[in-house]
Design a protein around this ligand. Structure first.
Ligand SMILES: [Zn+2]
Ligand SMILES: [Zn+2]
Length: 382
């Protein structure tokens, strides 16, 4: 089969690999019909994620058709159209029993924090991902779900990470009626977090970014007010002025470790690896929320960080909440919202590329060329 293969920082290509086989009775093999490139795949692509091994296949956002099932698989049949959460999880450990699927204790021998994630380095379990024609899905009775007939493929694809993560970000912000919510980052997660904030009763939703096409999308798709941080000396002061000088009730960091916007930090962090990236968006979130407010972190961060304004967060009495999204927990409510017409998730997709062109896809997305917000990969066998 054809699969995307990592060859080192900024180098990915299509290679021929063996079609994965059933390795455990509860495995399924899925023929991928759509996969997406995620902003967090760019951390891998940029060589920011520890233990990203040459030869591995990325891709934690994919849907497809069940091609084979192991003998103990009871919930799926060959031919089923399925969506697969980005989390690999057992469904039965102490953490899974409490809905903390992203912190499963059984799927990742290399880490005590994060569980398993498809195509996301050996730090996250070393599972090959779905930017390929086929993918092995472990715990096939636990994660995947047959896609309801009324749901489009590309809407289902957005349910494998981007939409549930954005929604989860708003949920962790504990938004109450009339709250002002500031979302940092107008990529897919930020757009969905902004959209979800309205569904949770926000009175005002503000999105901050520096890419004009993304801010336009935030206005049109998420009906948010927008701030271009490059147009202000200090975006925190601008946000304070816009919120009665008190600050927003809730701030959502939908940027993560590779924030633009502070050159010094970017150099010490990203270039010299003094920490796992730059926490500039997180610090803006801490600074721009009001005292006693909530900060929700959905952006991806590596393990080590310094220069986070932790003392300010403490002294302001903030509540900080964060996790990798336990995707399947969000599905019942999100399926209701999609069916009711409140969200059309595929509206954020900007590009569709054949699997053969995935190297161009990564380059375009990484360099933010051609207004790329969400690229979708279509395998040739789809
Ligand atoms: Zn993702
Ligand atoms: Zn588990």
């Amino acid at each position: 089969m054809k699969a995307m293969v990592y060859r080192g920082p900024y180098r990915v290509r299509i290679e021929e690999k063996d079609i994965p086989a059933i390795e455990h009775p509860n495995d399924a093999i899925v023929r991928v019909t759509r996969a997406a490139i995620c902003g967090s795949d760019l951390h891998l692509y940029h060589g920011m994620m520890p233990d990203t091994r040459v030869g591995t296949t990325f891709g934690h956002e994919f849907i497809g058709v069940v091609e084979a099932v192991g003998p103990s698989v009871a919930n799926l049949q060959v031919g089923d159209r399925v969506m697969v959460p980005f989390n690999v999880y057992c469904g039965s450990c102490w953490f899974c029993a409490r809905g903390l699927y992203s912190n499963c204790h059984n799927v990742n021998p290399n880490a005590t924090a994060v569980g398993g994630i498809y195509g996301y380095s050996h730090t996250c379990g070393g599972y090959d991902g779905g930017q390929a024609e086929y993918v092995r899905v472990p715990f096939a009775d636990v994660g995947p779900m047959v896609i309801p007939e009324w749901l489009d493929d590309e809407d289902a694809l957005m349910l494998t990470d981007a939409l549930p993560t954005g929604y989860f970000g708003a949920q962790l912000g504990d938004i109450t009626e009339g709250d002002t919510v500031v979302v940092f980052g107008a990529g897919p997660i930020g757009l969905f977090a902004a959209k979800s904030s309205w569904l949770m009763g926000a009175g005002r939703v503000i999105v901050v970014d520096h890419l004009e096409n993304r801010l336009a999308k935030a206005r049109e798709f998420a009906h948010a007010e927008t701030f271009h941080f490059g147009e202000y000396d200090d975006i925190v002061v601008a946000l304070k002025k816009a919120t009665d000088h008190l600050g927003a009730d809730v701030a959502i960091d939908a940027v993560g470790a590779e924030a633009d916007g502070n050159l010094t930090q970017h150099i010490t962090a990203a270039k010299f690896k003094l920490q796992g990236g730059s926490p500039i968006a997180l610090n803006w979130a801490i600074d721009s929320v009001r005292k006693g407010g909530n900060v929700s972190v959905m952006g991806a961060y590596g393990p080590m960080f310094s220069a986070v304004k932790f003392g300010d967060a403490m002294n302001k009495g903030l509540t900080l909440r964060m996790n990798q999204c336990p995707v399947k927990r969000q599905w019942p409510r999100l399926l209701e919202h999609i069916r009711a017409g409140y969200i059309k998730p595929s509206e954020i997709i900007t590009h569709r590329l054949p699997l053969d062109d995935i190297a161009e896809g990564y380059h375009m997305f990484s360099a933010k060329l051609d207004g790329c917000i969400k690229p979708v990969i279509v395998p040739s066998a789809a």
